[in-house]
Design a protein around this ligand. Structure first.
Ligand SMILES: [Zn+2]
Ligand SMILES: [Zn+2]
Length: 227
């Protein structure tokens, strides 16, 4: 059993605490007995390299990730298994992010830190803005760049697809869903039958909220993820 938390925001996300540094996140994950994590900042991959390096040095499995916002304001988690794919996809995302400047006093800081937690950059564009991509175009792009698309917190009112659109479009491509309370959404049986990936993560914006040993993947699901 691989205990995981695949939805954690670092200090790059303006809405996350500034002490969500690479070292604090990785150390808290280890303390909580996790084996696999992903840092999924809003609409940016700038924090990926340092977190991945730390995980590798401390024996934690890592998935590169981000939480992307479609133009319908639906949140989609994108996961990748290589830094090369992340680099290529991040160029695409940068092009499609609506350009608004961040106001740190109002929205919070957007710090990029190295693997010693030193601040190496503060992102100027507001990462909470949306992409100019429809949900359909976004999930297809994730697929085309070699990633996995997971509809984020689908049963939550803020930015979940069921709340934003009222339903999951019939022809929407996606690899999995992230749920909060599995008994609370309508398409549960249908998605289970379609063998979608089911994930449940913390969406932590504070260190204290990073998951303990609550959710796990079987080893064979983990090994088959990108096949
Ligand atoms: Zn979200
Ligand atoms: Zn989130």
């Amino acid at each position: 059993m691989i205990y995981y938390d695949l939805h954690i925001h670092s200090c790059l996300s303006p809405c996350a605490d500034d002490d969500m540094t690479p070292n604090n996140i990785v150390n808290m994950a280890l303390l909580n007995g996790l084996k696999l994590i992903s840092v999924t900042d809003h609409n940016s991959f700038l924090q990926q390299e340092s977190v991945a390096q730390l995980c590798a040095s401390k024996g934690l499995l890592y998935l590169y990730g981000a939480e992307l916002t479609s133009k319908e304001e639906v949140h989609v988690l994108a996961y990748f298994n290589s830094l090369e794919k992340v680099f290529n996809f991040s160029l695409f995302i940068d092009e499609h992010l609506i350009k608004i400047l961040n106001k740190p006093k109002y929205f919070g800081h957007q710090y990029v830190r190295d693997n010693d937690d030193n601040i190496i950059k503060e992102e100027a564009r507001l990462l909470l803005s949306t992409l100019d991509l429809s949900i359909e175009d976004l999930t297809m792009a994730i697929k085309d760049y070699g990633g996995l698309s997971v509809l984020a917190h689908i049963d939550r009112s803020a930015n979940g697809i069921l709340n934003r659109l009222g339903f999951i479009p019939r022809n929407l491509y996606f690899d999995g869903i992230e749920y909060c309370h599995k008994e609370h959404f309508s398409d549960y049986q249908k998605l289970k039958a379609a063998k979608k990936l089911f994930l449940r993560s913390s969406d932590a914006h504070r260190l204290i909220d990073i998951a303990e040993q609550e959710n796990y993947l079987d080893a064979e699901i983990w090994e088959g993820l990108f096949r």
